[in-house]
Design a protein around this ligand. Structure first.
Ligand code: CA
Length: 217
């Protein structure tokens, strides 16, 4: 029974693989709202280009926080941890990119949460592009009429690894007409994990079974 439990734990490890993205929840840097310049050092793990970005957190909407007057419910400000990132700071198009080591031929699932709000007189529109190795592979448009919360939408994108893959999110539409112009384009909870293949899990299970049988001898 003991070794059977170990085998089950090993299988569970496959279905809950570690997130390959560094600082995908934008918890770093810690602290209250901060405007961060473009470059590779301001948001750990990410390269920022196009303009500056800002990180904000639950604390900014609490009493004595920088944005408490916005009326935004603090708990709605992130979907993971206590901080999130605004890709539309200064109403400029911004790109954040990160290169991740992958296994060629392996399937991966990228998941992330995109958010906005109509608080502070904004239009609640966020426009994004997802780029994979420099190519735009998906577009996302969100509209949030709510004025007292930040509302997030979970999105995902599946792709096959090439050995080293660069994932980038770009806010777009800063030059659109007023009615389509993005105001807030938030992002949080970026995660990249390999998709477990039934054959791999089965092989691992057989390996575990072999281990059990060997240890029982
Ligand atoms: Ca976060």
């Amino acid at each position: 029974m003991k070794y059977t439990l170990i085998t089950l734990a090993a299988l569970a490890g496959v279905t809950h693989a570690q997130n390959l993205i560094t600082n995908g929840s934008f918890e770093n840097p810690a602290g209250p709202y901060t405007n961060l310049p473009s470059g590779s050092g301001s948001v750990p793990g990410w390269n920022v280009s196009g303009s500056s970005v800002s990180v904000f957190g639950v604390v900014d909407f609490q009493p004595s926080g920088a944005f408490v007057s916005s009326g935004i419910a603090p708990a709605s400000s992130t979907t993971d941890g206590v901080k999130a990132l605004d890709l539309a700071t200064n109403n400029a198009d911004v790109t954040i990119a990160q290169t991740v080591g992958t296994s060629a031929g392996t399937s991966y699932n990228l998941t992330f949460d995109l958010g906005s709000t109509s608080a502070l007189g904004r239009n609640g529109i966020g426009n994004y592009e997802l780029l994979l190795n420099g190519n735009v592979v998906a577009n996302y448009h969100i509209e949030v009429p709510d004025t007292t919360v930040i509302r997030y939408f979970s999105r995902s994108y599946a792709f096959t690894g090439t050995g080293s893959d660069t994932i980038a999110f770009r806010s777009v539409g800063s030059t659109y007409t007023a009615s389509l112009k993005q105001d807030f384009a938030f992002i949080d909870n970026v995660s990249l994990t390999p998709v477990p293949e039934p054959s791999s899990a089965a092989l691992l299970g057989l390996g575990g079974l072999a281990l059990i049988l060997r240890r029982r001898k």
